[in-house]
Design a protein around this ligand. Structure first.
Ligand SMILES: Nc1ncnc2c1ncn2[C@@H]1O[C@H](COP(=O)(O)OP(=O)(O)OP(=O)(O)O)[C@@H](O)[C@H]1O
Length: 314
């Protein structure tokens, strides 16, 4: 049952079908290496939150397995979760208490933490998320961004090996967004593995080393950011009335991911020189009406993977 792994997060065939019949997560194999900042990217409703809830043991999978820091979930929750900081739909903060007192309450609930150092921990966590000046303000008077940052502060009350954050910059103003992103980069620099879900391609591009792309419950791509850039940057696009023959030529040349796409075919160009590809097509009597190397980058790649545009703001 244990997922044998040296990975910070790993799943095998992780699946969730809700009682309503909705297949929210459909057999995904996540691979998050230690030290990665993993962007879990996908449009709203693609299954990110459901996956994260399963990873944290908050929701039982219908099928498949998940492991967190080498522990099978949910069975190994007691061993794994103290090493994991999570932000998922915010912890239950008390509206009439200040940020400071809310964190003191959460800290007191952690029996493994030394009580005499509680004030230092809370001060440190509020400082890190830029809420020191608002520490005395009641939670109900916090803006959405401040609430989000308090949630992250709660996740940082003790040193964590892994942070799992569901849309951590959602609802933040540009300044708050920059602060949270900076904080994530800083934490990652100190060795913390970070998994963050986002529907913002630009956010994932800015802070992540690895990316998993969700679409309708399926993980349609998973790679390093550099690897995805390479895939997005260099596809050969051939226009021809003989797409099947063209595809066979591309395949024979060793191009990866050959797709027949009438009226033409496309494939990953990889290291191949465009002129060699054109020469081989012509040599094989493929009438080439168009040849180009698509270099439109990640956004186009994601559109081609998911059939949907991504929100590129933020
Ligand atoms: N408790 C539930 N019961 C039934 N269906 C659910 C439940 N929770 C989520 N879903 C459905 O599962 C699908 C995936 O939802 P999920 O919240 O995981 O997506 P998401 O990618 O996190 O999107 P968002 O960013 O909007 O939260 C959606 O179609 C959603 O309506």
């Amino acid at each position: 049952m244990t997922v044998a792994t040296g990975l910070a997060v790993a799943t095998e065939g992780l699946t969730k079908r809700f009682r309503s019949g909705q297949l929210a997560v459909d057999g995904i194999d996540l691979r998050v290496p230690h030290g990665a900042v993993y962007g879990f990217l996908g449009p709203n409703g693609s299954g990110k939150t459901t996956t994260i809830r399963m990873l944290l043991g908050l929701l039982r999978p219908t099928a498949g397995t998940a492991s967190l820091l080498g522990q099978p979930m949910p069975q190994g929750a007691a061993l794994a979760l103290p090493r994991v900081g999570a932000l998922v739909e915010g912890p239950a903060f008390h509206p009439y208490l200040s940020g400071w007192h809310n964190l003191m309450r959460l800290d007191a609930a952690d029996r493994t933490a030394r009580a005499s150092a509680a004030e230092d921990r809370v001060r440190g966590a509020l400082d890190r998320v830029g809420l020191a000046a608002a520490a005395g303000k009641r939670y109900r008077h916090y803006s959405l961004g401040m609430r989000q940052r308090l949630g992250i502060a709660a996740a940082l009350l003790r040193p964590r090996e892994l942070l799992v954050l569901d849309e951590p910059t959602n609802g933040l103003d540009p300044q708050g967004t920059r602060e949270v992103r900076g904080l994530l980069v800083e934490l990652a620099g100190a060795g913390t593995t970070v998994v963050l879900s986002s529907h913002l391609l630009s956010e994932v591009e800015q802070v992540c080393t690895h990316v998993g792309v969700m679409h309708r419950g399926r993980l349609v791509a998973q790679d390093t950011l550099a690897g995805l850039h390479a895939r997005g940057a260099s596809r050969a696009v051939v226009g021809t009335p003989r797409p099947a023959v063209a595809a066979a030529v591309l395949d024979r040349l060793g191009l990866a991911d050959v797709v027949v796409h009438p009226p033409g075919a496309t494939a990953e160009l990889g290291d191949h020189a465009p002129q060699d590809v054109v020469a081989a097509l012509v040599h094989a009597d493929v009438p080439v009406t168009e040849f180009r190397v698509s270099g439109a980058g990640l956004e186009d790649l994601f559109v081609s993977l998911t059939g949907e545009g991504f929100d590129v703001n933020g």
